[in-house]
Design a protein around this ligand. Structure first.
Ligand SMILES: [Zn+2]
Length: 453
């Protein structure tokens, strides 16, 4: 029995909405958005001929379901291009400590004791939180991707899952092959579910491991999702050990010939940008960089280089505490202004593009409020105390809005959040399961991590 009991209507009309598209421009006047078979069938000036339900090809006698969106703004959904969804289990569990202690004393030892049930519970609550914030798609990087895939199918959200592989120690080839087998087995489950190979990072996947994983990805015809050059120390260590940057290590293994999600890339160097491919996307999570004191990096300095394609990530809630891409993009813009000393740079339009570009990385026909595109949409209510009055819709969303303003969330025309309430998941049950899982994980105590940071 799927958790999300909402059925997509044969025909649904979001009526009388202002439409803000991925380019950050508002359509003139209110519009009706007609959704049929999960896709946007028409976007037309409000009030045309909605009530007659005569909008064409389906031709059925059924009147369309009309949802009043007057006074609201409809946009494409938000995308998280890098997270570790199950890590909500460790929200607030490793605070005010160095990145070394964060990994070595807290996260990796405790993570090593997680069970598949814990991971599934974490992933389900993560979906609740994401949907609250208007997220319609997320790219995940974690273990037990089978169980996360179950949650994706069950809830109705869209996801790209990268079963994570550490390339150190015994049996890396078997682990990589198991990840490839999972992808081959589940890739046709549902169009909402896609996969990539997920090597953890160059510093945990030495060249033979990285080459093996890239080979598997190429055989499957999928991309990669991995951490690269997160800290200055990682870049220095890579230079010392291999005489090249982490980006160069990925390139040497042929990685950038594939579509790639680079988690963070905070310390990318200018010459690294000559190595990345046309389908390489940087998923940035400034809240994590600030909390873990990872330094100023180069992303803001290199901003504007067309080879640096930036999208919003959140990282896991163990480091970022929230799964809210809007908060990340807000910090991204503020840090850019601060670092450059230029208040007129890192504009609202730039921030909106960063928020929307995850759709292009996904490449699944989402990310536009136009006929033919998937109906992965958010209905924003900005007539609320935290956002009113709305002089500028983009400013209201980028700098003021939060989950309170997210009225409805749809993926392929099906509601995941409706009238301010998440309907994709039994929220009380998801909370209960996560509380139980988190208690069990802490009670078990730390295990022995296979890697050290
Ligand atoms: Zn990460």
């Amino acid at each position: 029995m799927p958790a999300n009991k909402e059925k997509a209507s044969a025909e649904l009309v979001l009526a009388g909405a202002l439409v803000l598209d991925a380019d950050g421009r508002l359509l003139e006047g209110p519009h009706d958005i007609v959704i049929r078979g999960g896709k946007i069938a028409a976007v037309r000036p409000a009030g045309s001929d909605v009530a007659r339900g005569n909008s064409g090809a389906s031709g059925g006698p059924q009147a369309p379901e009309v949802v009043d969106c007057s006074g609201c703004v409809v946009t494409p959904g938000l995308v998280i291009l890098h997270t570790h969804a199950p890590m909500v289990l460790f929200r607030g569990f490793a605070e005010d400590m160095s990145i070394d202690d964060w990994f070595n004393k807290r996260i990796w030892p405790y993570e090593s004791r997680l069970t598949p049930d814990h991971i599934e519970a974490g992933a389900r609550l993560a979906v609740v939180e994401m949907v609250e914030h208007g997220v319609t798609a997320f790219a995940d990087h974690y273990f037990e991707a089978d169980r996360i895939a179950d949650v994706v199918l069950d809830t109705g959200i869209r996801a790209d899952l990268a079963p994570t592989v550490f390339g150190l120690g015994e049996g890396f080839a078997e682990r990589a092959d198991a990840a490839a087998e999972l992808i081959a087995r589940r890739r046709d489950d549902d169009p909402r579910l896609t996969f990539r190979m997920g090597p953890h990072a160059p510093y945990t996947c030495p060249p033979p491991a990285m080459e093996h994983i890239v080979r598997r990805a190429r055989e499957l015809g999928v991309g990669l999702h991995l951490h690269v050059s997160e800290t200055r120390a990682q870049v220095e260590e890579s230079r010392r050990r291999e005489g090249r940057t982490p980006f160069a290590a990925v390139a040497a293994a042929g990685g950038f010939e594939l579509p790639v999600i680079v988690a963070h890339g905070l310390w990318v160097e200018e010459e690294d940008l000559t190595l990345v491919g046309p389908d390489t996307w940087f998923a940035v999570s400034p809240k994590t960089y600030l909390k873990l004191a990872m330094g100023e990096g180069s992303l803001w300095r290199l901003w504007g280089d067309p080879r640096l394609r930036v999208a919003a990530g959140t990282d896991g809630a163990a480091s970022s505490n929230t799964l809210n891409p809007l908060e990340q993009v807000r910090l991204w813009a503020l840090l850019g202004k601060h670092a450059s000393g230029r208040a007129d740079r890192f504009t609202l339009e730039d921030a909106w593009r960063v928020l929307m570009s995850g759709h292009r990385a996904f490449g699944r026909g989402t990310g536009a409020v136009q006929p033919g595109w998937e109906a992965d949409l958010v209905v924003w209510d900005l007539e609320q105390p935290n956002t009113a009055p709305v002089h500028d819709v983009l400013a209201a969303i980028i700098y003021s809005a939060d989950a309170r303003n997210v009225r409805d969330v749809l993926v392929s025309g099906r509601f995941l959040k409706r009238d301010f309430k998440v309907v994709a998941v039994d929220v009380a049950e998801a909370l209960r399961q996560v509380e139980e899982a988190a208690r069990a994980v802490v009670a078990r105590g730390p295990g022995r991590a296979t890697v050290t940071y």
